[in-house]
Design a protein around this ligand. Structure first.
Ligand code: FAD
Length: 363
């Protein structure tokens, strides 16, 4: 196993001289996808189990990294089984899942920790995984992982793991001033960005849906359901969809209309805020807010490093800009090169047409 020091990650040299490392697969990472070998084609009994919630059919990067971690650590005699709680519409072959088991009923939107725990414990009992890996996040998996650790009392476990290989795991101590390490445990709760998901191999990702048992002897929780609130009332840090304006946006009313049509929250660059177009609480970036939306629509924003800092955790970035060489265009997953006002107006019209066509179909 070769490990590499990621210079972008915080690292601390402890008394033992240990640094934070990123887990990477051993060989050349530039292998084209079609030519990648399959890690293991055997139908094996021994397995590493990875558990993660999906959201709207997909997994976040953190969950994908956790599957990749298991795939990198597993030997050729061990299957990587990804148990996905919630619907799944994406393929997990590229991140090394040999088998994919989906429990659609245990989705993210319902708070049912005891039902999750009962079903996962039953699965663990039946397949007896050698190790279990779970993303240590604040959106359900971290909580589930801790419940599982408490439930599986005899298993060794470490939370907040920031580095790992076959021989050890490590976690920060004393507010990040030192790092402690131990042998690879049976249950690992992994923090984000400790694993590179670019693997030199692929996997079969054989999929099965798993029916859950609704039998619970006791249930301490009553799920009162999700409360829907207007996107404009959601704090930017929590918003899932953000329409953000920069100096290239002249007409604030059009931007607000687009955000309203898309049911998105509104953000802005510092220049747009300094110009008085938006209030200070809308500013995103190094001296503003850090956001982690699934979709970030950056309109007329150049993508200065201070702004990019605030959107580093956004999943999909879409840029609208007249300048094809703007840093935001380079950062974006999708870019539309053109005038902000024209594109925003066209989008509002198209969305309105699509919505009315949908209403007609429904009627
Ligand atoms: C200490 C410090 C902290 C900072 N903190 C922050 C921060 O928290 N957040 C932040 O955003 N900035 C911050 N900045 C400022 C940052 O460096 C940039 O100046 C700022 O982000 C630029 O904002 P902008 O992209 O909206 O404007 P500009 O740099 O003026 O870019 C405008 C963009 O719009 C495009 N454009 C122009 N006309 C159109 C049109 N008609 N249609 C479509 N596109 C068009 C242009 O091609 C350009 O890419 C900070 C700076 C410093 C020094």
């Amino acid at each position: 196993m070769t490990t590499r020091i990621n210079p972008n990650r915080p690292s601390k040299i402890a008394a033992a001289g240990l640094k934070r490392i990123v887990l990477t697969a051993p060989t050349n990472l530039q292998v084209p996808h079609q030519q990648k070998p399959v890690r293991t084609k055997k139908n094996l009994n021994a397995s590493y189990l990875v558990i993660a919630h999906s959201e709207r059919g997909t997994l976040c990067d953190h969950a994908l990294q956790t599957i990749a971690a298991a795939a990198i650590l597993a030997d050729a005699e061990t299957n990587v089984l990804a148990l996905i709680l919630g619907e799944l519409t994406e393929d997990l072959a590229n991140v090394g899942a040999d088998q994919v088991m989906v429990m659609p009923e245990l989705d993210f939107e319902h708070f049912q920790p005891e039902l999750e725990l009962a079903n996962i414990s039953a699965l663990i009992e039946s397949i007896q995984p050698l190790r279990i890996f779970i993303p240590d996040n604040h959106t359900g998996d971290g909580d589930l992982g801790r419940r599982l650790i408490a439930h599986q009392k005899t298993k060794t476990a470490v939370t907040q793991v920031v580095e790992m290989d076959v021989g050890h795991v490590a976690t920060y101590q004393a507010g990040g001033t030192s790092i402690a390490q131990t042998a690879l445990p049976e249950i690992t709760l992994l923090v984000a960005n400790t694993v590179d998901t670019h693997l030199p191999f692929t996997a079969l990702a054989q999929r099965s849906n798993q029916a859950i048992s609704n039998q619970l002897t006791s249930n301490s929780y009553q799920d009162l359901g999700m409360q829907t609130i207007a996107a404009t009332e959601i704090a930017l840090e929590e918003a899932d969809f953000i329409v953000s304006a920069g100096n290239g946006v002249q007409n604030v009313a059009t931007l607000e209309s687009l955000a309203h049509t898309l049911e998105a929250s509104i953000g802005a660059s510092r220049v747009a805020v300094d110009d008085g177009k938006f209030s200070r609480d809308k500013q995103i970036g190094a001296s503003g807010k850090t956001v982690s939306a699934s979709a970030y629509l950056a309109i007329g924003i150049s993508g200065a490093v201070q702004h990019l800092q605030g959107i580093k955790d956004c999943r999909h970035v879409i840029a609208i800009n007249t300048d094809a060489s703007a840093p935001m265009v380079k950062r974006a997953d999708l870019s539309v090169i053109g005038d902000a006002e024209e594109i925003m107006s066209a989008l509002i019209t198209l969305i309105a047409e699509a919505k009315s066509a949908n209403l007609k179909v429904a009627a």
